[in-house]
Ligand binder design. Structure first.
Ligand code: AKB
Length: 316
């Protein structure tokens, strides 16, 4: 029986992952934690919920003991653009927080999931068909924490046998909880603005290609990599996973199939643009496919149809 603790359960990924984990493993076996109980609302609050700030290691130990936790999903992070505004905090949350989590996992025999990102790559990484094992010299604090956490995960696995696993996520598009402060957030905002106002002003310029994925596939990746047969794994942390790659113009055209008068304008934000320019255009995720059967379900067309349907139903 799994007893799972989710750190950052109220965030963009956590709010959907926690519910899916509860559906699969039982409501009482998945503990949702976040920095304040006020954040844990609605369906999320229907299962065990606790306050946890990732910098508070004694509290993490207390919860691991209280619930006999054997698996930790650590989703606590500042996204890339906000991390550039607050690099010291990004380091504390993204790296020190993850080091503390791995230490607790080592002492209490827990498996650990960590979401790395396309942000772990940098300008000197090959940007087309980016390989699993390649140059990682990120130029953002977000990227520095992500690549360091990947390496820490590998280290704890090799040295101490901690079952640390994870993926490198692209931009994740979702319709439950908004992302906040990411470079790829435009690909979520554009759908809301298209439905509400029929127009959107994009912070990245036309021609900026980035990998993306719809949330149901991201949730599947989080769970499947942790369920993978360990004897098949060559890699453990930072598996490239992707579902599609597009630029704002391609996204505009996909939205226009449903909202023909949709208009896209540009007002480039230099920090976001320079971050996006340092990231891959499209990744090669064949290692995830071969080692644990990764295969996305959603593409740009099916995702766009679903996003627009779900956002319309919200009657915003
Ligand atoms: C961000 O834009 O910061 C994130 C990511 C790609 O890691 N969505």
């Amino acid at each position: 029986m799994k007893n799972i603790l989710v750190i950052g359960c109220a965030g963009q990924i956590g709010s959907e992952l926690t519910l899916e984990l509860r559906r699969r493993y039982g409501v009482d076996n998945v503990i949702g934690t976040d920095v304040s109980l006020d954040k844990i609302t609605g369906k999320l609050a229907e299962g065990p919920s606790e306050v946890l700030d990732i910098s508070n290691t004694p509290r993490l130990v207390e919860l691991v003991k209280k619930y006999k936790v054997d698996t930790i999903y650590n989703l606590a992070a500042l996204l890339s653009a906000v991390a550039e505004a607050k690099p010291q905090l990004a380091w504390e949350v993204g790296l020190i927080g993850h080091y503390n989590t791995l230490e607790v996992a080592r002492e209490h025999n827990c498996a650990v999931f960590f979401p790395s990102s396309i942000g772990s790559f940098g300008p000197s990484t090959p940007h087309q068909n980016t390989p699993q094992d390649t140059i990682q010299r990120p130029t953002t604090m977000y990227g520095v924490t992500k690549v360091s956490a990947e390496l820490l995960g590998d280290y704890y696995h090799k040295k101490y046998g901690v079952d640390s696993r994870g993926v490198r996520f692209p931009g994740i598009i979702s319709n439950v909880t908004m992302p906040g402060g990411g470079t790829t957030d435009y690909a979520v905002e554009i759908y809301y603005e298209a439905v509400k106002h029929g127009k959107y002003t994009c912070p990245l310029k036309a021609g900026t290609f980035l990998d993306m994925m719809y949330m149901p596939d991201a949730i599947k990746a989080c769970i499947d990599v942790m369920e993978a047969d360990p004897s098949k794994l060559i890699h453990h942390n930072g598996f490239n996973v992707t579902a599609m790659s597009f630029d704002p113009e391609i996204l505009k055209n996909a939205i226009r199939k449903h909202i023909p008068n949709f208009e896209l304008f540009y007002d480039v934000e230099p920090i976001k643009q320079s971050i996006a320019d340092s990231w891959p255009d499209n990744m090669d995720d064949s290692c995830a496919r071969q080692e644990w059967g990764w295969s996305p379900t959603w593409n740009l067309e099916t995702m766009t149809e679903d996003m627009i349907k779900v956002i319309r139903a919200k009657n915003l």
